[in-house]
Ligand binder design. Structure first.
Ligand code: HEM
Length: 140
């Protein structure tokens, strides 16, 4: 299911459920000519990283093949954060999404009950009405 996993990776790049993560500077340091004093809080924005055209040319384009081959550069794809505090559940979450997607695609046809349902951040990215669907079993 490599292609399905690439599709999941692409969705998490374009619409990361968490918008970012905070860190605290443990020492004074300089980055890109900015001096960050010890104790300052830093926010790493997932969306900005994932839509940086230097890292992902034509960043709004949904192209699952981007994740083929050696994949993204380190810390350029961070829906689950990165470093020692990276999401502990990331493999569990990815497998669950993949199993859900596989069953939805192979066993059902569906359509949206509310086609123009709004998506909001509260603070997680979520459909405002819970994304009701009409499911129809697929004949196998
Ligand atoms: C699509 C689903 C999920 C997403 C997008 C997600 C994303 C994240 C992100 C961005 C962080 C912060 C990482 C950082 O600060 O660098 C995090 C932390 C964490 N996540 Fe997840 N997560 C997901 C599912 C899960 C699941 C299913 C579990 C547990 C079974 C889990 C457990 C944790 C824990 C324990 C932390 C805190 C890690 C730490 O601070 O050391 N997550 N997650």
């Amino acid at each position: 299911m490599r292609y399905s996993m690439n599709v999941v990776a692409k969705v998490l790049r374009l619409m990361p459920p968490l918008t970012g993560a905070f860190r605290e500077a443990l020492v004074d340091f300089t980055y890109a000519d900015y001096t960050i004093p010890k104790g300052w809080k830093l926010y790493c924005s997932t969306g900005s990283t994932h839509k940086d055209p230097v890292l992902y040319p034509n960043p709004e384009k949904f192209d699952a093949s981007r994740f083929e081959g050696s994949g993204s550069n380190p810390f350029s794809y961070v829906p689950f954060g990165g470093g020692p505090r990276m999401c502990l559940g990331h493999e569990f979450a990815r497998i669950n999404i993949l199993i859900f997607l596989h069953n939805m695609v192979t066993r059902f046809k569906w359509n949206l009950a509310i086609p123009d349902e709004a998506i909001g951040y509260n603070p997680m990215l979520s459909p405002q009405q819970g994304l009701p669907l009409r499911l129809l079993p697929r004949r196998l």
